[in-house]
Ligand binder design. Sequence first.
Ligand code: PMP
Length: 286
Amino acid sequence: MPLKVWIDGKFYDKADAKISVYDHGLLYGDGVFEGIRVYSGRIFKVEEHLTRLFDSAKTIRLAIPYSREELRAAMTETIKLNNFADCYIRLVVTRGVGYLGLNPAKCPRPSAFVITDTIEMYPREMYDNGMAVITASVIRNHPNAISPRVKSLNYLNNILARLEAADAGVSEAIMLNHEGNVAECSADNIFIARHGTVLTPTITDGILEGITRDVIIDLCTRLNIPCVEKTLQRHDLYIADECFLTGSAAEVAPITKIDGRIIGPGTPGPITKKLQEAFHRYTREG
Ligand code: PMP
């Protein structure tokens, strides 16, 4: 049976799940979204994702025409209809159909859709052995442009960073902020460990406030691993004992080489492995 996609209250087969070429989500990247995992039939951190979606929408002055309950129900129904126990959800709200100018006032009704599908961010081997990354020349958004805290439909900076990674023959790129400090990866947050302490950039360092990031910070507390949110420079990354990235799609993935520098012994470190295991347990058991 073809996958079903929810668009504004109706289900469509994947091949027929289409939005208008006049939708400002497409014409201008005018919209917001969430990427969410489902583990054993449960939507992981659904309330946190809905809060971030509504927060992002508020900043871009997009009035989502559905309540949290309606969006939660749309996701639950879509998962059920597609018979998924484990999957990835893409929840998107666009400004809706308008005219060819920018003016969002000409878009009378925002649109929402829910896609459920499988996703694999990096090959399995990278989760076991670690991955090489580079720092990109293209930076994260300046906070006075569209804030990096808004999960908007415009990922062009991040896509350019990924292209730089591909040029360098690696799978991921670290992005700096407008001050040259470390922000995050193209679609994931970044952590390092040094001398037994876990460190990650602060919210004001130009990052998306990742929901997986929050879980990892909590798990550090539970596991008695010191964890500090701190501004980091590239030098901090190079001299780290361990490094890993986190995200809903990527989960917890070890980084073992940055800009040609081997991190620690060049294999995933003990803290990374402990957090990877704890995260997987948490996604199933809470
Ligand atoms: N940073 C960026 C830029 C992202 O797009 C994402 C989500 N893929 C993340 C970090 C991680 O956030 P989360 O853990 O909520 O998926």
